[in-house]
Design a protein around this ligand. Structure first.
Ligand code: ATP
Ligand code: LTN
Length: 334
C-alpha cells in the first residue's frame, strides 16, 4: 500500500453533522484525485467534533456515515489509510505535549475559535480553544508533506507550522513542516441564504446548506429559494455574491469554468438558471447517495476497514510520538 517514494498527505473532516456540498467540493472530492499521487491518511475527526456539544447517538451515526461517504465518493480504502481519530490514542497524547509549547494568546486569536466561542457562548471549553493544537498533532504525527483543506482552515495550518518549527528549534529536528494545499475553484462554497458566508454543516437554517444526503426534490427546492441579486444578469462579480456562488457551484459540479457557465446562461432568467443548478447537483449526488446506502447496509465491512485503518495509522503515529517523548525527556526506561 505504502510507497516509500510518495509524499505523505493528511486530511480530516469532523463528524459533526450531515456533510454539505461545501465539504464535498472543498475537501473530499479533491482527496479522491490526490490518492493516486500521495500516501494518504484520511481521518474522521471525532475528537475535534466533541469540542462542541454532540448527542452521543448522533455522533456515532455521523461517524459511520462519514466513513461510508468517504468510500462512496471514491476514496479507495485499499489505497488510503481511512480511520477514526479516537481509535489512535497517539493523537491525544501528542496534542497534550504540544499544548505545553502553545500559548494561550495564540489560540485566542484564531478566527474559528472566536466564531465558535461566540456561537457557543455557554460552552467555551478548553478543548475548543486547543482545537488547533489537536489538529497540529494529527498532521505532525504522520510527518505529512501536504494537507488539503478549504480556505477557512489556512490559519490552522499556519499555526501547525509555527508549533512544529518551535518544537524543532527547541528539541532538534523532529517534525516535517507541512504545506497547505488549497484548491482554487470551489475553494469556498457560500451559504444559499447568506452567500458571503460559507455553507456549513452546522448552520441552523436547513435552507442555507445542501446536504450530501438531500433528495432530488429537496435539492431543487433549496436552489429555487437561494438568494440572488437585484438585477437579472447571470454573471459572476463581487457585487453579486448570490449569483456568483450559484455559478461557482454549477461550474464545480458540471466540470466547466465559471466563464463557460456564464455563457451558457446568457439571456436566461434566474428561474431557469436555479433549476439547472439544482438538477446538475442532484444528478451528481445520486450515484454517491446510492453507494453510501449500500455501504451502510454492510456494517461489518465498514468496521473492518476502520479497524485496519486504525492499525496502520497507529503504527505510523507511534514512531513520531516515541521520538517526541524521548526528545522532551519523558523517561522511557533504560
Ligand atoms: P462545522 O459547520 O461543523 O464547523 P464545516 O461544514 O465548516 O463544519 P468542517 O468539518 O469544518 O466543515 O470542514 C471539513 C472540510 O470541508 C475542511 O477542509 C473545510 O475547509 C471544507 N469546507 C467546509 N465548508 C466548506 C465550504 N463551504 N466550501 C468549501 N470547503 C468547505
Ligand atoms: N479542523 C478541520 C478538520 C481536521 C483536519 C485535521 C483537517 C481535523 N484534523 C487535520 C486537516 C488536517 C476542519 O476541516 N474543520
Amino acid at each position: 500500500m505504502e510507497q516509500a517514494t510518495q509524499k505523505v498527505l493528511y486530511s480530516a473532516v469532523q463528524p459533526s453533522g450531515n456533510l454539505t456540498i461545501g465539504n464535498y467540493v472543498g475537501a473530499i472530492r479533491n482527496w479522491v484525485k490526490l490518492q493516486h499521487e500521495f500516501t494518504c491518511f484520511y481521518a474522521i475527526a471525532d475528537l475535534h467534533a466533541i469540542t462542541v456539544r454532540q448527542i452521543p447517538a448522533e455522533l456515532r451515526r455521523h461517524t459511520l456515515e462519514l466513513a461510508a461517504l468517504y468510500i462512496a465518493c471514491g476514496i479507495d480504502p485499499e489505497k488510503c489509510t481511512l480511520y477514526v481519530q479516537s481509535h489512535v490514542s497517539a493523537h491525544a497524547e501528542l496534542a497534550w505535549i504540544l499544548n505545553t509549547i502553545t500559548y494561550v494568546g495564540e489560540m485566542e486569536r484564531m478566527t474559528q475559535f472566536k466564531d465558535k466561542a461566540a456561537k457557543h457562548a455557554e460552552n467555551v471549553n478548553m478543548g475548543l480553544m486547543a482545537y488547533p493544537v489537536l489538529m497540529a498533532a494529527d498532521i505532525l504525527l504522520y510527518q505529512a508533506h501536504v494537507v488539503p483543506v478549504g480556505i477557512d482552515q489556512r490559519q490552522h495550518l499556519e499555526i501547525t507550522r509555527d508549533i512544529a518549527t518551535r518544537f524543532n528549534n527547541r528539541y532538534g529536528e523532529t517534525f516535517r513542516i507541512p504545506e497547505a494545499y488549497i484548491v482554487k475553484e470551489g475553494a469556498k462554497i457560500g451559504s444559499l441564504q447568506d452567500p458571503v458566508h460559507k455553507m456549513s454543516k452546522s448552520d441552523e437554517n436547513p435552507n442555507a446548506s445542501v446536504y450530501m444526503a438531500d433528495d432530488r426534490d429537496t435539492i431543487i427546492r433549496k436552489f429555487k429559494r437561494a438568494v440572488t441579486d437585484s438585477d437579472n444578469r447571470i454573471v459572476a462579480s463581487e457585487d453579486k455574491p448570490g449569483v456568483t456562488n450559484l455559478l461557482n457551484i454549477y461550474a464545480s459540479f458540471k466540470g466547466c469554468t465559471v466563464a463557460e457557465a456564464e455563457k451558457e446562461f446568457e439571456g436566461k432568467g434566474y428561474g431557469d438558471f436555479k433549476l439547472a443548478v439544482g438538477e446538475t447537483v442532484a444528478d451528481a449526488l445520486a450515484p454517491i447517495q446510492a453507494e453510501q446506502k449500500r455501504l451502510l447496509a454492510d456494517k461489518a465491512y465498514l468496521s473492518e476497514i476502520l479497524a485496519r485503518g486504525a492499525q496502520n495509522a497507529a503504527y505510523a503515529a507511534r514512531k513520531t510520538l516515541s521520538k517526541v517523548q524521548r526528545k522532551i525527556g519523558l523517561y522511557r526506561g533504560e
